[in-house]
Design a protein around this ligand. Sequence first.
Ligand code: F0G
Length: 464
Amino acid sequence: MVDRIMPEPFRIKMVEPVTVPDRSQREKALEAGYFNMFGLRSADIYIDLLTDSGTGAMSKYQWAALMKGDEAYAGADSFYALKEAVKEVLGFDYVIPCHQGRATENVLFGTMAKAGDKIPFNMPFDTTRGHIFNVGAEPVDCVIDEAYQPELQHPFKGNVDPKKLEEAILTYGKDRIPLIMVTVTNNSGGGQPVSLENLREVSSIARKYGIPLFLDAARMAENAYFIKMREEACKGMTLAEILKAMMDCADGITCSAKKDPLVNIGGMLCCRTEEMYHRLLPRVILFEGFATYGGLAGRDLEALAVGLREMVDEQYMAHRVAQVKYLGDLLDEGGVPFVKPAGGHAIFIDAKAFLPHIPQKMYPADVLSIEIYREGAIRGIGLGALAFATEDENTGELILPKLELYRLAINRRTYTNCHMEYVAQSIIDVFRRRDSIRYGLVVDYAPPVKGLHHFLARLRPVQL
Ligand code: F0G
């Protein structure tokens, strides 16, 4: 059942015209981009749901704040504006700006982890895995088993299984575990939240073994909203209070500010102690910039400071999550299988269930990307074998991921509910003709770097 539509809590001040490319233009675009969604040009797309990262619309307050940007190399006012917003919204005393989320990962793992280390996670996202591999370490997935069952309803499918976590610590030994990390919400597992109760439990395990706990906090405010809606003990709390309580569990966070903090570029590392702050700074200076700007302009820091406060606006967040759910409800009515319940930032279609006749090693999630683009000039992204398959170290055999998902990420404050209806209709049309999709994909080229295949792969359809 589709719930009542929640109307947009904003009006449109400036429009960005988009056109619908005709079918022959779409075919040419697919060929030119080697059938990889990252190879398409924006001009060839009507609705672009490739990512919710850096693609949102800033508010008039953020645009106004850009004008206050202090571009001093060191000690800029804009850094202190950010520092104040971080303290107010998240409670951390130390913030290190970085140019985006993966830069914070480079700083964190490059500083804290070394070859042979293990990093227990609920689940890391692709660039996060990439950075862990890059230092010769490995992530250990400790998410609850329910996360791997797309149709199963569970309020907190992003939760860490505390037993798996303790087992990992005991198996590898705490000396090989420089930190524990939890992604909120869990992007790779369907944008699913982690409960406050679970975060507190993970935090106490981390403390018991003396291992720092970091959150990958890109979608922390969406996670806080789900806690407010679903966790009995938190019903009376404000979104802002819940977010602070989540942060209280952690020693630090990495954050792509291109998601919940509502900016087009930016990231930040936050931590509690001066000791940790000083440990992290040298790598920031090597790769990002001085400690008070970290690869961003002063104006970016100002927009981020405003975005951090806006992300905990209850009306904004209620609409955001409802819009994603609205798309999910429409797809559900059409029988399209997706990860239940709807995620905070995206709908993740279960490509294995949508195209069961295409073997996973022929990338059904990416076939779905192609077909949905063909149908509606809509761009989503496959997050399955192409992104997450690994090779057995000894045999070289392909290890396929448990989930084969196709993601429709909803940009913040950008598309209307009517756009969602068009997306749902196009996908339901593909679903109706799914049996006639009789091809899989092979990889003609992929970069020789572990974890980055899907970004640069050249794909070729082959008949089944
Ligand atoms: N962590 C999570 C959970 C992410 O989803 C991303 C990016 C990053 C870290 C890296 O941040 O892009 O600013 O460098 N996710 C995007 C996505 C790209 O489409 O989900 P970044």
